[in-house]
Design a protein around this ligand. Structure first.
Ligand SMILES: Cc1cc2nc3c(=O)[nH]c(=O)nc-3n(C[C@H](O)[C@H](O)[C@H](O)COP(=O)(O)OP(=O)(O)OC[C@H]3O[C@@H](n4cnc5c(N)ncnc54)[C@H](O)[C@@H]3O)c2cc1C
Length: 366
């Protein structure tokens, strides 16, 4: 089979590697350079967790663990560290996560706020805390590069600085136009992240994309004070007690060599991708510092560094992974897709080969 993949973020890199591993002829188009920082997949680390309120994500995160280990074996890189992960902040969230742990047979520990502060004195808690030994962190930049290297070794043809402009029908297949020429294939995997709606030609295939909102996020790394260590964490508190409201909660993790990464999604920064500057607004640093001053006494908030990164959200924060004719749409961002990277490649390759991925709700609108 001839496949074109659009994008080399988590989804595109993984699909490229998996399709090439299965012996398909793969051409991958990336609008920016190798390892660029413009999309959603750059940076050293991401939270890995099986703790989810929606059960399918717990199941998929669990299924991803052996695939991460296989990827480590193939690439010779450390990619997933299960250093532990906690949830706190809203009892209803803890109850739903507990139900999913129980259903899947995952080990967990529930402890009081006081016991948790004794264990992690660098953090403050106001509710019980759920602790999962299976969570931790994945190494993002390293993963993308490992996947691209493996894909190349298996014969994939990678084109950087070559944006796909449009898709069009070509018999039962598809032709993808770029500024350098046209590429014909049996299928195309569109893994264009925040740019998915900019690609022309969806109507030619009768595809209506769901509503996506693209926001710019600014996670901040704060230095960790001597003697403190942190698990990866999710705070389900919505920030109502503060001046700001978290849209998607707050999260963070110890990122080796960088400090404690703190993500507080309190700014509604809808972004124009064509005029974006990557500049970090002072307000973003201020909100992260205010959050850390209240919840994370183990970090120094007098200094910190932030990066710009894109969230592409569906209305319900779910993924879109679907096929229509020769077009496979992979927009698994919604702010929590990286931990699933190796499984995304499997699913996208399965869809490209004409199999079903078996998850009904992650469909394009009918
Ligand atoms: C601040 C932040 C924190 C996050 N934290 C976590 C976390 O802790 N845990 C977790 O699991 N996930 C996390 N995520 C989410 C995760 O990183 C994303 O879900 C994932 O990286 C999305 O990958 P993607 O391949 O869909 O998109 P992208 O990485 O954006 O990749 C899309 C690629 O397509 C390219 N492209 C676009 N249009 C074209 C075109 N026309 N032609 C060619 N190439 C094109 C882009 O340049 C880009 O390289 C976080 C995301 C952000 C922004």
């Amino acid at each position: 089979m001839r496949a074109i993949v659009i994008g080399t973020g988590a989804a595109g890199a993984s699909a490229t590697a998996e399709l090439a591993r299965r012996g398909h002829h793969v051409t991958t188009l990336e609008r920016f350079g190798r390892g660029h920082v413009m999309g959603s997949s750059h940076g050293a680390t991401r939270v890995f967790r099986v703790s989810y309120r929606k059960r399918p994500y717990t199941e998929w995160a669990g299924a991803a663990i052996p695939l991460w280990r296989q990827l480590e074996e193939r690439s010779g890189e450390l990619l997933l560290e299960q250093t532990g992960q906690i949830d706190h902040g809203v009892d209803e969230a803890l109850a739903e996560i507990t139900a999913n742990y129980e259903a899947g047979g995952w080990s967990y520990e529930r402890m009081s706020a006081g016991a948790a502060m004794d264990r992690w004195p660098g953090m403050r808690f106001e509710t019980d805390v759920l602790c999962s030994p299976d969570g931790g962190r994945v190494f993002a930049d390293r993963t993308i590069e490992a996947l691209l290297r493996l894909a190349e070794a298996d014969g994939a043809d990678l084109h950087f600085d070559e944006p796909a402009l449009a898709i069009a029908r070509d018999g039962s297949g598809v032709v993808v136009a770029t500024n350098r020429g046209d590429y014909a294939a049996d299928v195309v995997v569109v893994a264009a992240g925040s740019w998915v709606t900019e690609l022309q030609g969806w109507a030619d295939f009768g595809i209506t994309l769901p509503a996506f909102s693209v926001t710019e996020q600014f996670p901040v790394h704060f230095p960790i004070r001597d003697g403190f260590t942190f698990p990866s964490w999710i705070n389900h508190d919505d920030g109502e007690a503060s001046d700001y409201h978290f849209h998607y909660g707050a999260y963070g993790l110890e990122s080796p060599g960088e400090g404690l990464k703190v993500g507080v999604d309190a700014l509604e920064n809808f972004v124009d991708l064509n005029t974006r500057t990557l500049e970090v607004p002072a307000e973003a640093m201020g909100i992260a510092a205010e959050y850390a001053d209240r919840w994370l006494p183990g970090v120094d908030t007098t200094t910190g560094s932030a990066v710009s990164c894109l969230f592409t959200m569906t209305e319900d924060s779910d993924f879109v992974l679907d096929r229509s004719g020769p077009i496979i749409v992979a927009s698994p961002c919604s702010g929590h897709g990286f931990k699933f990277t190796p499984i995304l490649g499997r699913i996208l390759a399965n869809l490209a080969e004409g199999h079903d991925h078996g998850v009904d709700q992650w469909r394009l609108p009918a």
